[in-house]
Ligand binder design. Structure first.
Ligand code: HOZ
Length: 426
């Protein structure tokens, strides 16, 4: 495939936008070459500026569960836009979306809408600190909770892709309140909590990790974490920006059967428009301004276009819960196809999958945490990524990102994907 116009557009973008992109992973630095500029998308396909059609496996990093330009979402946004795009005043649709979201998710009474997953996680931690009166938080190496200061400590996703999991610009004062644990290692968390007894406000985790590639938690780790938090009066925050409304109506809380104290959402809850949210029991949420002392605000929070997209999206998911099984079946089918080809070719690999999240780690050893994920062979990943791209398959341009399947993908698309893999010379 030819990507000439994309390359020209990238060269022009670099003159005015740092690195030519507004979010680092998009720049293809981890895989080399120039990024693809998208012109439009529909269903399972991206159409780029060179006229290529690509099968998409990122779905805008998760939210487009029903495919690109999903009819009811587009209609809802157009209809709303005609009536005004932003008011900075309350609207009825915010309550409608809040009511629906809360009805789908276990264990939550109230929800506050913000504009991104970063904002949601940042606000959730402030709320946890305000509610508990404690300062420190625990996060897991390789987990990514957006780019706010407290989380850029051994962060996954783009941060680690570019070798800057600890970003300059984060003060030591902030960094010292973020303690770091190893994913899937309960003993490590227990030791940290013990060493900081009475000082931990919250433990934040991606319940299915997607920012060091897809990593699945063990049942005993998750159950142990919940027990430990309850025992030590630490709030358990599930960052469900990727998993919320994707794995099931009730997200990871439902599928793992674990109740979190605060849950954060993003992307999906806006049907692909810029939305984030955080939710909890009323007792915790009522600590937020204007009822409580913990401040959080935003002119674009609850934006009518974003709310209408979110309402259309969640309504569709709520009315068609079979979509989650359909997605999981497709992901399993893809898993089998990829595994078969890579095994035949003798390429060392591990495939991690949960529901509609999946990633291929090029290593012999099981990938259960950041250290094992980082052992993946990036040269093989690059060959794989560019080999697939050349055949019209768009995968995440970093080994540290999960794929997100969308239900517009057909089994024929999955077969095309596996056929493309067969042609790659490793
Ligand atoms: N690292 C982000 C997803 N985990 C990428 C976001 C983006 O570039 O849009």
């Amino acid at each position: 495939m030819i990507y000439q116009r994309s390359s020209a557009l990238f060269a022009e973008a670099k003159k005015y936008i740092p690195g030519g992109v507004n979010s680092p992973v998009r720049a293809f630095k981890a895989v080399g070459g120039d990024p693809i500029f998208v012109k439009k998308a529909k269903g399972a396909y991206l159409y780029d500026e060179d006229g290529n059609k690509l099968i998409d496996y990122i779905a805008s990093w998760g939210p487009l569960i029903l495919g690109h330009a999903y009819g009811p979402v587009i209609d809802a946004v157009i209809d709303k836009a005609r009536k005004g795009t932003s008011f900075g005043m309350p609207t009825e649709i915010e309550t409608k979306l809040a009511k629906l979201a809360i009805s789908m998710v276990p264990n939550m009474d109230k929800i506050r809408f913000v504009n991104s997953g970063t904002e949601a996680c940042m606000s959730a931690v402030r709320l946890a600190r305000g509610y508990t009166g404690k300062d420190k938080i625990i996060k897991f190496a390789g987990c990514y909770h957006g780019h706010s200061d407290s989380f850029l400590i051994e962060a996954g996703s783009g941060a680690v892709t570019f070798g800057s999991p600890n970003s300059p610009g984060v003060t030591q004062g902030t960094a010292k309140d973020t303690l770091l644990a190893t994913y899937n290692d309960l003993k490590d968390v227990e030791t940290l909590v013990e060493a900081n007894k009475g000082e931990i406000a919250a433990i934040i985790i991606e319940p299915i990790a997607g920012n060091m590639g897809c990593i699945v938690p063990s049942d005993s780790f998750m159950k142990g974490l919940r027990k430990l938090c309850t025992k030590e009066s630490v709030l358990l925050i599930f960052d469900e920006v990727m998993t919320g409304f994707r794995l099931a109506r009730g997200g990871a809380q439902e599928v793992l059967n674990i109740k979190a104290d605060i849950v954060t959402y993003g992307k999906v809850i806006g049907g692909g428009l810029p939305v984030g949210a955080f939710a909890a029991k009323a007792e915790i949420m009522d600590y937020l301004a204007p009822d409580g002392p913990v401040y959080q605000a935003g002119t674009l929070s609850g934006n009518p276009l974003a709310m209408s997209a979110g309402l259309a999206m969640l309504t569709a998911l709520n009315n068609n819960p079979e979509v989650f099984q359909s997605l999981a079946d497709k992901t399993e089918y893809l898993h089998k196809g990829i595994a078969e080809v890579l095994t035949e070719k003798g390429v060392a690999h591990q495939i991690n999958r949960f529901g509609s999240m999946i990633s291929v780690h090029f290593t012999d050893n099981p990938v259960i945490d950041f250290a094992s994920s980082a052992k993946g062979d990036n040269e093989t990943f690059k060959t794989y990524f560019h080999g697939m791209l050349d055949k019209g398959i768009y995968l995440p341009p970093s080994a540290f990102e999960s794929y997100f399947l969308n239900d517009a993908l057909s089994y024929a698309d999955l077969d095309t994907t596996v056929a493309a893999l067969k042609q790659i010379k490793f």
